[in-house]
Design a protein around this ligand. Sequence first.
Ligand code: ADP
Ligand code: MG
Length: 279
Amino acid sequence: SATPATLSAISNGAKNGILFKGGAAMEALSTMNVLYSDKTGTLTYGEFQVIDYAIDDEALKEVVYMEQQSSHPIAEAIVNTFKELNLDSVDQTEAVEEIAGSGVKKGDIKIGKPSTFDSLEDVNNYRSKAIEGNTTIFVGKDNQIIGYFSLADRVRKESAQAISGFQKEGIQVALLTGDNEMVAKKVAEEVGIDDYVASCLPEDKIKFVNESQEKNKVVGMIGDGINDAPALANSDIGIAMGSGSSIAMESADVVIVKNNLAKLLYSFKLSHKLNRIIL
Ligand code: ADP
Ligand code: MG
């Protein structure tokens, strides 16, 4: 069971908006030496603005209807941007399926990351139209691209300082994102992470966690999405953003209630100090 020192650190964390699901979580955090971080909604606010798009009116309505069924921050931005549209003409009998880390699907219509459409000839025409360095999603129907959306997000104001704080503590930090290479690179540079992997599927995130564990590292994973949940569950210390999806929070050992990464760094330092005193 948890020592008094651990309990006091947990209660201190709670006051600072860091919720530990028990003493083991606190103790695992104190020995962490690798931290993998998701991008969207974790290092960034996950509040996208649609900055450019091209699609015909009827297909746009389909997209808005489909994104209404998704909890992804991209979906939220699209639904908000086009909330005035009347969706009565959309066939609402067919099920909409969310594919974690990739997009949404309804019948023969697919919305999602560009790499999903790699087999299509016209994908490159659209790729060059999409604004560089922004998150871009494509809409495909009957094996053809019928539209795209470019969206911009911002890095959270605490991210760079918190990341550099972890690095100063000797933690090896790496970024794992489902987003494209250019956006991954831009955000990694902005927050000071050298090591980043773009176009990650949920299973790739697990793979990186497991590989580090095989090297005897104590691995932390921080994320917010349904795409992060499996990696959160597989890491030694899964950390979820309070604004994240409920499955991410259920899969995690620690929740950052108000999404402030600086508070996690503070809790880490505290747990580390206690750990040294006890040992
Ligand atoms: P991250 O790892 O950065 O949090 P995700 O794994 O959640 O990103 O998503 C990866 C990519 O999958 C997004 O950048 C987007 O291209 C696509 N995607 C995921 N969900 C949706 C959705 N609901 N609508 C459109 N595209 C989506
Ligand atoms: Mg995310």
